[in-house]
Design a protein around this ligand. Sequence first.
Ligand SMILES: C[S@@+](CC[C@H](N)C(=O)[O-])C[C@H]1O[C@@H](n2cnc3c(N)ncnc32)[C@H](O)[C@@H]1O
Ligand SMILES: Nc1nc2[nH]cc(C(=O)O)c2c(=O)[nH]1
Ligand code: SF4
Ligand SMILES: [Mg+2]
Length: 260
Amino acid sequence: MPVANDAPGLDIEGTAVDAETGDLPINELFQSLQGEGRLAGVPSVFVRTSGCNLRCWFCDSYHTSWEPTHDWFTVDDVLAAIEEYDADHVVLTGGEPLIHDSSADLLERLADRGYHTTVETNGTVVPDAPIDLASVSPKLASSTPTAERDPDGDGEWADRHEERRLDLPTLAELVETYDTQLKFVVTGREDMDEIERLVERLRDAASTCVRDDDVLLMPEGQTRDQLEATRETVADLALEFGYRYTPRLHVDLWNDAPGT
Ligand SMILES: C[S@@+](CC[C@H](N)C(=O)[O-])C[C@H]1O[C@@H](n2cnc3c(N)ncnc32)[C@H](O)[C@@H]1O
Ligand SMILES: Nc1nc2[nH]cc(C(=O)O)c2c(=O)[nH]1
Ligand code: SF4
Ligand SMILES: [Mg+2]
C-alpha cells in the first residue's frame, strides 16, 4: 500500500511535529519477507514511517529522508491495516521511526496483541516502548552526504549528519534495554576500523554483552547490480573479522521494487 502526498508535519531536520495529534506519517505499509538480519526470510508486515534525523547519501528510502512523502494515519488506522494481513511479525521502519512519539504507542499496542516486533533504527533515539528485536544500524563516516555524494544538493546536510550519526550512550542504552543486532552498512574494507573501534567502545560502555554474532555486516547497495559489486567483499570481511554477514534478500529477489 504505497501512499503519496505532500510532506507537511516534518521540519527541515526531519523532526516530527506530530506530537499533538498522535498521528504517524506513513510512507508505505506492506507484507514481505524480512530481507535483513537475524530474521531474514520471515514473513512480516512492514510499517514505514516518513522523516529522518539523518541523511545517509545511500539511503534506499529516499522518500522518507531526503524528500519525505506520506499520509497521516492514526495508530488505530495503522493497527487495522496490519490486521488485514495474516502475520505474526511486524517491522517498524522508516525513515527513522523512533523520532515519532506515536511509534511507542504503536509498539505497546502491537505487544498487547501478541505480535513480534522488530524496529529498524539508526540508534540515535531510545524509545519508551516494548521491542522484541532492536535492529540498530549505526551510521559510519562512509554514510555522510559530502558535496560529492549528496544525492540532492551540495553537502548542506553533511555537518548535521556528522554531528548526529553516532551517540555512544544512546547505543549503550539500546543494547542494555533490548535484544539487539548491530547491522552496519559496509561500503568496503575502509569501514572496518570504525566498526571495530565502535564495537569495542560499546562493549566498554554497556553493562550487557555484545557478541560477535550480534554484529552484522550488510553490503551497501540499493539494486542487484550495486550489491553485485559489494556483497562478496563484505562476505569475505565477515569471515576475516568473525562477524555475521547479512544478505539483502529482498534486493536479491525483487531488486528495488517499492513495497518489497
Ligand atoms: C532505510 S533504513 C530505516 C531505518 C533507520 N533509519 C536505519 O537507518 O536503520 C532501513 C535499513 O536499510 C539500511 N540501508 C539503507 N540504505 C542502504 C543501502 N544503500 N544499502 C544497504 N543498506 C541500506 C539501513 O542501514 C537500515 O538498516
Ligand atoms: N523485505 C524487506 N526487508 C527489510 N528489512 C529492513 C527493511 C527496511 O527498509 O527497514 C526492509 C525492507 O525494506 N524490505
Ligand atoms: S538513517 Fe536510515 S532512513 Fe535515515 S537517511 Fe540513513 S538509511 Fe535513510
Ligand atoms: Mg529497506
